[in-house]
Write a protein that binds this ligand. Sequence first.
Ligand code: TRP
Length: 451
Amino acid sequence: MPRAQWASRMGFVLAAAGSAIGLGNIWKFPYISGMNGGGAFVLIYLVAIALVGFPIMVAELVIGRNAQASPVVAFGKLAGAGSNWKMVGWLGVLTGFIILSYYGVVAGWSLNYVLMSVCDFLADKSPEQISSLFDKLYVAGDMNLFWYALFMLLTIGIVFGGVQKGIERWAKILMPMLFIIMLVLVVRAIFMPGFVRGVSFVFAPNFDKLTAGGVLEAVGHAFFTLSLGMGAMLTYGSYLGKKTDLVKAGATVCALDTLIALMSCLIIFPVVFSFGFEPNQGPGLVFKTIPVVFSQITGGELLAILFFLLLAFAALTSAISLLEVVTSHFIDSLGWSRKKATLIPGALILVFGIPSALAGSGGIFDSWKNIIGKNFFDTVDYLATNWMLPLGGILIAVFIGWFAPLEKIKEEFQEGSKFKTLFVTWLWAVRIIVPIAMIIVLLYKVRILKI
Ligand code: TRP
């Protein structure tokens, strides 16, 4: 079978933006910005997107399109079949497997909140009752399992459909809807009393509150939010033809991802300030605080439905790309049919995620924390985001910058691009800036570097 291709460039951009735009943008970015004091953190994040995220984004697209293959085969093609660089591909597949297993649990919470919103859960409840619903959900193992399994089945169903008929088609439906919902919510936020304060919290740089740890957090997040370091963009790039401008496409995806992250803040902080909440609530921000606020405003029931739908759509398009990395690996490396390569790995991931879904509800996957220090969910999250993704990113950058055949890389970068002259700048960013920044982030994230 000839390799699958995107039907249109727009389809690719939406699918790649769908991968990048996820829980990281709507759930995580606002709360880590809030915890790090806002403005200055956001500014550092923007710089990190440009100097660290964007170069690696283009590097992954370059490898993927050149090899027309998923990570393991792609590294084999570029480095030579017997080369150890294939391990970077393996690391990517394993990382996709692990991330999807717990990402699906958080995504399941958003499905749960969609149904709760539709069932008008805000009615007649005190703020304490509303925010305590999340704590109840967290410890309800069976509910977590149910929503997680449902979310995984949706993801598997879409990837099963293939590149054009599954991934691209759903990206073209879900991404515009996500954007429209986002716009509606931002417009609503403009009319809230806390809007100006929210905007200045996000955009006025206040360096007093920024710590060195906050800087590294921003760099690490710039990387995570763009789905880099495990070959997701590489895999999507492998379905591209030679006419696409990789530099422009990469920049567009970075810009869309950043736009959505900033828009999320413009929804969440006005809402938080309008009702006297603190911005530094941590991970409970979107599930515990936002619903309370929706319960206080006219039309809040509808806004809650829209908000949690938005979260679910964003999570779904990211989960699709996580599974696609694993699926395309089995297609390319073992010659499996797409159906088999979706169903078998999909089922394995589903099973592997069960302990994460049960982690809040007592039992071994919870009490695991008495010995390991984190429950099962937090353990796999820690391994994947703090160790595996930064490590994958460093290795991809070092490979492209120092070991891959330079002529080939140059040709691929410039093919179909209006930005041919950027090659040298990009190359040095990949050679020097990215590895140094990511090594420091890795050492900090795994607490070898303490600041
Ligand atoms: N970018 C996603 C988000 O912001 C999360 C993510 C990280 C991801 N790495 C990935 C998604 C790889 C797909 C593939 O939520």
